[in-house]
Write a protein that binds this ligand. Structure first.
Ligand SMILES: Nc1ncnc2c1ncn2[C@@H]1O[C@H](COP(=O)(O)OP(=O)(O)OP(=O)(O)O)[C@@H](O)[C@H]1O
Ligand SMILES: [Mg+2]
Ligand SMILES: [Zn+2]
Length: 510
């Protein structure tokens, strides 16, 4: 007999409904899976057979063929165990075919017949809804994730036998409810506050502008001036996530298997802080079963590269694509995947190997050649993509010992959130969230610049020999500064002047 059930897989960050056809016929006992299964799906056979047997159900020894469609997509999910098992039972008349076709089944099976969690359930649940299917069956460990999708019913039986009894119309199974929010691993608690950092007004302003508009920042300064301290506190001034942003991030963490035991919506912006020796694949993503890299895990949050010149040159160069396109493309033999990667890049470094170049009170021990070699790792194209370059000098004694507490993060965050609110309104029709995401065409449509500001831009463009990219990026930062300035409708020369100052603070000697 023949039966069809639905399962799901993921492709990049999207879910995809897989049609599972099962034929069970008289003949030499066999169990074949066709339709581009990868190793984990091929192993399904053993799990499915054993789980059925240990559930007290019996499948007949027949010639069983399973076909997974669409055929051209490599199926990578152990979550296809469940639709294969149900399809097999339906093909052998143990459950009714019509009843099964209302559901999408997503779970791995343990040998004793329990439903186990798989990665990527959130995008698969979204695909279920988008395909017009109304019901999904997942493991109890994935239930919170699936419940994030409105408009579908989620069923989460702990075992295969309970599911089968329900499909046979015998057992009872209610749709799942409840949706507690949890914080997954790798997210920073907001205990560190901006007010811990004394002085450094210029750097703090730079980070405020960056958080408000989503711009990239490079901080250059002597040792112990507070660069790492500042960067680690950026999360505390970032605006709250919109529901749409939160869902996008949760999808990524779902696929990467980093949602934690409880699943549920991610409510904090990610802060990724890779090591110097991180491989290009770890940062950008990839592998034979492509996984999101740090740039994707930092989506809508911060990617912090501390001691920038220590990173591998190849990894730094690979950042060029996500910094420009806000996504990464990973090519494979069979197809190309894209992962979103719209993050704020924050980098910190010393001005030279000894760290003291440019400091008034210390002598730099480095030769010109050493300094050149040190900064040479940072290519022009990479620096061009960093909107804000700020110097972080040694903090002054009076500032460090001042009794006056610096401004708390909550205060800064209020201004940042107000500016972000304005951007959300302006950019809603493009489904964008911040100024940094605007492309050239949107810039022209949405950014009105006063004549005085235009004159200033022209003069600087010519004297500094700016690239077209720098020019666009200055306008975007100018737009953010205007948004922070009580939401000024036009970008004035004052706003542009600050944007230029923030970009050219260092005037990199290369
Ligand atoms: N502006 C500051 N206000 C208060 N404390 C500071 C400040 N700057 C530095 N410190 C103190 O110095 C310590 C080191 O600062 P931090 O690690 O941020 O320096 P850094 O600029 O990253 O130095 P390096 O270039 O060596 O990495 C901090 O943990 C903090 O105790
Ligand atoms: Mg540091
Ligand atoms: Zn030096």
């Amino acid at each position: 007999m023949y039966a069809r059930t639905f399962g799901a897989a993921t492709l990049g960050v999207d879910g995809l409904i897989i049609s599972v056809e099962v034929d069970s016929a008289n003949g030499m006992p066999a169990f074949d899976i066709v339709g581009l299964p990868n190793a984990s799906v091929r192993e399904s056979k053993e799990r499915v057979r054993t789980a059925i047997k240990n559930s007290g159900l019996r499948s007949r020894q027949e010639k069983i063929t399973v076909n997974l469609a669409p055929a051209e997509i490599r199926k990578e999910s152990a979550g296809l165990d469940l639709p294969i098992a149900i399809g097999l039972l339906a093909a052998q008349g143990r459950v009714t075919v019509e009843k099964c076709s209302e559901f999408v089944f997503v779970a791995e099976l343990s040998l004793e017949g329990r439903l186990c969690s798989v990665n990527g359930v959130l995008p698969m649940a979204i695909a279920t809804r988008d395909a017009g299917l109304k019901k999904i069956v997942v493991s109890p460990d994935n239930v919170n994730e699936a419940l994030l999708v409105d408009g579908i019913e989620v069923y989460a039986p702990p075992t295969l036998i309970e599911l089968v009894e329900f499909l046979q119309g015998e057992g009872k199974l209610e749709p799942a409810k409840s949706q507690p929010a949890v914080e997954p691993e790798g997210f920073i608690e907001l205990v560190d506050d901006f007010s811990d950092v004394q002085g450094q007004f210029m750097a703090k302003r730079a980070l405020e502008v960056a958080a408000a508009g989503g711009h990239n920042v490079l901080m250059v300064g002597v040792p112990g001036s507070g660069k790492t301290m500042l960067a680690k506190r950026v999360s505390s001034i970032m605006p709250e996530l919109t529901r749409e942003e939160a869902l996008e991030i949760t999808k990524i963490y779902s696929i990467a298997g980093k949602l934690g035991f409880n699943g549920g919506l991610i409510t904090k912006r990610p802060f990724q802080h890779p090591n110097h020796d991180a491989s290009t694949a770890a940062i950008i993503g990839g592998g034979s079963n492509p996984m999101p890299g740090q740039v994707t895990l930092a989506h809508h949050g911060v990617l912090f590269l501390d001691e920038l010149p220590e990173f591998r040159k190849s990894a730094l160069e690979a950042l060029r694509e996500p910094l420009e396109e806000r996504q990464v493309t990973i090519s494979r033999v069979s197809n190309t995947l894209t992962f979103p990667a719209s993050f704020i890049l924050i980098c910190a470094m010393n001005p030279c190997p000894c760290g003291w170049y440019g400091d008034r009170d210390h002598n730099c021990q480095c030769s010109q050649l050493e300094i050149k070699r040190y900064t040479h790792k940072l290519s022009g194209p990479l620096l061009d993509r960093i909107d804000i370059h700020v110097r972080v000098p040694r903090v002054k004694y009076d500032e460090l010992t001042s009794k006056r507490k610096a401004e708390p993060s909550a205060k800064v965050r209020e201004r940042v959130s107000a500016a972000r609110e304005i951007q959300l309104n302006r950019l809603s029709k493009y489904h964008l969230f911040c100024n940094a995401q605007m492309n050239h065409a949107m810039l022209q449509e949405l950014c009105t610049i006063t004549p005085a500001a235009k004159d200033l831009l022209k003069a600087v463009f010519e004297s500094k020999k700016l690239s077209a990219r720098s020019y666009d990026r200055i306008i975007k930062v100018g737009r953010t500064i205007a948004d922070l300035d009580n939401g000024a409708a036009e970008i004035s020369d004052k706003h542009i002047a600050e944007a230029i100052k923030l970009r050219n603070e260092l005037d990199f000697e290369r």
